[in-house]
Design a protein. Structure first.
Length: 241
């Protein structure tokens, strides 16, 4: 993971999403609903629901919204149904873009995603065209401000908790884990007294591609338009910003 600090991207994404809070909550409600529908409403017995609830917490989603989505999934009847589907494509300068969506209309979502790529300097690729450039990893961030812990001590804590790798920068400790171990590693670190700023299962690019300054604006627009789509849950890329 060396050189692939995710923290700056997270902070930039959060700042950009402040004005899109209602839409983010709507998407998270859909993810919570599907996780609870498929695995039950108790996060202690449903690892997928627990991960989505962590994601909701990191986005400051109100508890009322969370409870409403779980209650809806637990009610009788068939309810709504969504398909998970990924799209792969390219941005300017050959940047790999991986789009995850949760949709109740595959044709609508495919059309929207293709149009966004085409109108914003990108192109939609075939299945498998870019996904191999990313690794699925658990990711945990612990902010260093006010934390009197050096890198060696944190590394020991990470290894004892079952983490795989630690990246250290001035603002944050970034911990990478096997996806299936992320929740256990997070819980172990919290039990040691660390405050977790971010915990999620995500896609990490294996290598980064430099984005020329004159392509930056159109690429940011491509990512923003994709994230704005109601059916898109996550957008990953390998641009070195």
């Amino acid at each position: 993971m060396a050189g692939h600090s995710k923290w700056n991207n997270i902070q930039g994404r959060k700042n950009a999403q402040d004005s899109k809070r209602a839409k983010i909550f709507q998407k998270l409600s859909r993810e919570i609903y599907m996780a609870a529908k498929s695995g039950g409403p108790d996060p202690n017995d449903n690892p997928q629901l627990r991960l989505v609830l962590d994601k909701a917490k990191s986005n400051n989603m109100p508890s009322d919204n969370v409870e409403r989505a779980i209650k809806k999934a637990s009610s009788s009847g068939e309810g709504e149904n969504y398909d998970e589907v990924s799209y792969e494509g390219y941005g300017p300068n050959g940047i790999a873009v991986l789009v995850h969506s949760l949709t109740d209309n595959l044709n609508r979502t495919a059309t929207h995603v293709r149009t966004i790529f085409n109108k914003n300097g990108g192109s939609l690729g075939e299945k498998g065209s870019v996904s191999y450039m990313f690794d699925r990893k658990g990711y945990i961030a612990i902010e260093r401000e006010g934390l009197d812990v050096d890198e060696d001590t944190m590394m020991m804590s990470v290894l004892e908790a079952g983490g795989e790798e630690l990246e250290t920068s001035e603002p944050v400790f970034e911990i990478y884990t096997d996806p299936s171990d992320m929740a256990d590693v997070r819980d172990a670190l919290e039990a040691e007294g660390y405050t977790i700023a971010q915990a999620e299962v995500t896609m990490i690019p294996q290598t980064l591609i430099e984005l020329p300054e004159d392509k930056k604006e159109i690429f940011e627009q491509l990512v923003s338009k994709l994230e704005d789509d109601d059916d898109v849950s996550e957008v990953y890329h390998n641009a070195d910003m």
